[in-house]
Design a protein around this ligand. Sequence first.
Ligand SMILES: [Zn+2]
Length: 145
Amino acid sequence: MTLSLDGAPDIREQACSCCGATFIVTDHFILMDGHTHAIAKTALHDHNGDHEAWIDVIFGQFGDDSAEGRVTFGCRVGPIAGATEPAATVVDAARPYPDSPVWGHKFSREEALQQDSLAQFWDVVDWLLSTDPTVHRHVYRTGLR
Ligand SMILES: [Zn+2]
């Protein structure tokens, strides 16, 4: 299984709805073995010095207007109490975003933890954290080696 990018990631700045701070949102269009696989939307926040990445990943049908079969998983990656390394935690998917067919069904945390496809979600998250320079630098405060 090989993940790759379908084109350069889209990167833009937005104002945070909770504190007004500027943060970065980046969209990745992801292929697996050359076929359309997922779309990841990553918000890079800096709340009280905590560098967090909120990553939502959409799986399902792409390329037409139908959202049939689409599902979205969400997680937060960032500092947690008692850990030296940033950790990933499943959260309710795409919570800050308005409902839209783009997301298909947004899994709650409880739903997500029961999905066999949760492993596919972690594969995409791990891949983003280890290959995307913007996401990596934000979470780990150091460049890719
Ligand atoms: Zn905020």
